[in-house]
Design a protein around this ligand. Structure first.
Ligand code: NDP
Ligand code: 2IT
Length: 450
C-alpha cells in the first residue's frame, strides 16, 4: 500500500518560491490556498497521490510577447504582453486582461491562479486564465489605445478562441478596449465568435455584464449578512476604487437602501457623509468613463473631503467593499475597520486584503467574503455571455440578473458546505478554496496525467 501522502505546507511553499522567484503576489495567493487545503488533502489522499497540488500550481502554458505600437507623435513604443493559460480541466481558459504599469508575470500568475478556483465556484464550465500588459492607458488618446490594442491582438489572436481561451476586461480594460481587441481579432481570423466577453450590446455582449461584478459582490454580502439576520439597508458602506466594479457596487447598495460614503482612485479618496446618491453616481460614471478624470474632482464639485494619497479604511462604517486592487487593506487598516465596528468585508477586487488583515477578520469572526467567491459574479456573467453567443440569442436583463443571483447564492452555499466550523462560524476563505478546488481536482483525476 502506498504511504499516505503528507503535505508539508512549508516545504511546498519553499519549493514554489525557489521555482518562481520574485513573484510575491503569486506566493501569497498559493500560500492562502495551501493553508485552507492542508487538512482536506490529508483526509482525501487520492489528490496528493496524483500530485494535484503540484500540477495546479504550474500553469499549463504561459505566453509572453512584444507589443510595438506608435504614439500620436509618431514615436515607436514597446510594451510586454502576457497570457497565462492556467488550467483547462473544466472548460476553456477564461479570465480578464489587465492593462496597468504594475503588470508583471507574478501578478498575472496570482490572478490566473485565483481565477481557476473562482470559475469553478460559479458552477459554469470555465477553466482559468489571465493576461494583460504593462501598458498604461492613463493619459493616452483613444487612437493610441486603439493602436496598442490592435498590436496586442495581432499576437494574442493565435492563442485564443471561443472554445480555447476567452479573455475579458480587468483593470484598465473596459468596453472601449474590448471593442478594439474584438475588431482586430475578427479582422485577422475572419470569424465572428464569442472570443471575448464584455462586448457591446449590439455586437454580442450581454445585458448586466458591466454591472455583474459589483452587483454580484453586493448579493454575496447580502447572503453573508442574512446568516446574522442583518441586511444592507441603512448600513454605512466604504467602497474603494471608482472604476467598473466600484461604480456598480454603489448602484446596488443605493438600490438596497445602504449608504456609500467613500470612493477612491490611485491618488486618494473622497468622503461624502451624506452618501453617494443616484445623481452623484451618474457624475462618477461620467467623470471616470467619459472624461477619464480623477476622483478629487468629485470633492471639488460636491464640496466634500478629499484625502490625497490615502485609502478610505479609517472612516467609520458597518461594511467595507474593497474594489480597487490587490493588498489595499493591510493589518492596520483591518484593525481600524474592526475597531470602528465594521461587521462585514466583501471583496470586489482580487486579493485586496493582505494575509495579516484576513487573519484579523477571522480572529474577530466578522463576515469576510474573499474575492474568489465574492467577485465571481463578473466572470459568471461572462460565462452567460458565452452561452448566449453559442445559442445566438440574447437574454433579457431580468433573466441574466436572476441567473447571477442564483449563482451568487450557490457560491455562498458552497462556502458554507466547506467552510463552516464546529462553533458555527463560517470561514469563507476555507469554504471558497476547498469548494473551488474539488471540482477542478476531480476533473484532473478523471482526465489522467494532464
Ligand atoms: P477599473 O480599471 O475599472 O478600475 C480600477 C480602479 O481601482 C480605479 O479607480 C483605479 O484608480 C483603482 N486602482 C487601480 N490600481 C490601483 C492601485 N495600484 N492603487 C490604488 N488604486 C488603484 O478596474 P475594475 O473596476 O474592473 O477592477 C477593480 C478590481 O476588481 C481589480 O482588482 C480587478 O481585478 C477586480 N475584478 C474585476 C472584475 C471585472 O469584471 N472588471 C471581475 C472581478 C474582479 P486609477 O484610475 O487611479 O488607476
Ligand atoms: O477577475 C475577474 O474575474 C475578471 N476580471 C473577469 C474575468 C472574465 O472573464 O469576465
Amino acid at each position: 500500500m502506498a504511504p499516505t501522502p503528507f503535505l508539508n505546507a512549508d516545504n511546498f511553499i519553499a519549493e514554489l518560491k525557489a521555482k518562481n522567484p520574485a513573484e510575491p503576489e503569486y506566493h501569497q495567493a498559493v500560500h492562502e490556498v495551501i493553508m485552507s487545503l492542508a487538512g482536506f488533502l490529508e483526509e482525501h489522499p487520492k489528490y496528493q497521490n496524483a500530485a494535484i497540488l503540484e500540477r495546479i500550481c504550474e500553469p499549463e502554458r504561459i505566453i509572453i510577447f512584444r507589443i510595438p505600437w506608435m504614439n500620436d507623435r509618431g514615436e515607436m513604443k514597446v510594451n510586454r504582453g502576457f497570457r497565462i493559460e492556467m488550467n483547462s480541466a473544466i472548460g476553456p481558459y477564461k479570465g480578464g486582461l489587465r492593462f496597468h504599469p504594475t503588470v508583471n508575470l507574478g501578478i498575472l500568475k496570482f490572478l490566473a491562479f485565483e481565477q481557476v478556483f473562482k470559475n469553478s465556484l460559479t458552477t459554469l464550465p470555465m477553466g482559468g486564465g489571465k493576461g494583460g500588459s504593462d501598458f498604461d492607458p492613463k493619459g493616452k488618446s483613444d487612437n493610441e489605445v486603439m493602436r496598442f490594442c490592435q498590436s496586442f491582438m495581432t499576437e494574442l489572436y493565435r492563442h485564443i478562441g471561443h472554445n480555447t481561451d476567452v479573455p475579458a476586461g480587468d483593470i484598465g480594460v473596459g468596453g472601449r478596449e474590448i471593442g478594439f481587441l474584438f475588431g482586430q481579432y475578427k479582422r485577422i481570423v475572419n470569424e465572428f465568435t464569442g472570443v471575448l466577453t464584455g462586448k457591446g450590446l449590439n455586437w454580442g455582449g450581454s445585458l448586466i455584464r458591466p454591472e455583474a461584478t459589483g452587483y454580484g459582490n453586493v448579493y454575496f454580502a447580502q447572503e453573508m449578512l442574512k446568516t446574522r439576520n442583518e441586511s444592507i439597508k441603512d448600513k454605512r458602506v466604504l467602497v474603494s476604487g471608482s472604476g467598473n466594479v466600484a461604480q456598480y457596487t454603489v448602484e446596488k447598495v443605493i438600490e438596497l437602501g445602504g449608504k456609500v460614503i467613500t470612493l477612491s482612485d490611485s491618488s486618494g479618496y473622497i468622503y461624502d457623509p451624506a452618501g453617494i446618491n443616484k445623481e452623484k453616481l451618474k457624475y462618477v460614471l461620467y467623470l471616470k468613463n467619459i472624461k477619464r478624470g480623477r476622483i478629487r474632482e468629485y470633492a471639488d464639485k460636491y464640496g466634500v473631503k478629499y484625502e490625497e494619497g490615502m485609502r478610505p479604511w479609517s472612516e467609520k462604517a458597518d461594511i467595507a467593499l474593497p474594489s480597487a486592487t490587490q493588498n489595499e487593506i493591510d493589518e492596520e487598516d483591518a484593525r481600524t475597520l474592526i475597531n470602528n465596528g465594521c461587521i462585514c468585508v466583501s471583496e470586489g477586487a482580487n486579493m485586496p486584503s493582505t494575509p495579516d488583515a484576513i487573519q484579523l477578520y477571522l480572529d474577530h469572526e466578522i463576515l469576510f467574503g474573499p474575492g474568489k467567491a465574492a467577485n465571481a459574479g463578473g466572470v459568471a456573467v461572462s460565462g452567460l455571455e458565452m452561452t448566449q453567443n453559442s445559442m445566438r440569442l440574447n437574454w433579457t436583463r431580468e433573466e441574466v440578473d436572476n441567473r447571477l443571483q442564483m449563482i451568487m447564492h450557490s457560491i455562498h452555499k458552497t462556502c458554507i458546505k466547506y467552510g463552516k466550523k464546529d462553533n458555527g462560524y463560517v470561514n469563507y476563505v476555507d469554504g471558497a478554496n476547498i469548494g473551488g478546488f474539488v471540482k477542478v481536482a476531480d476533473a484532473m483525476l478523471a482526465q489522467g496525467a494532464v
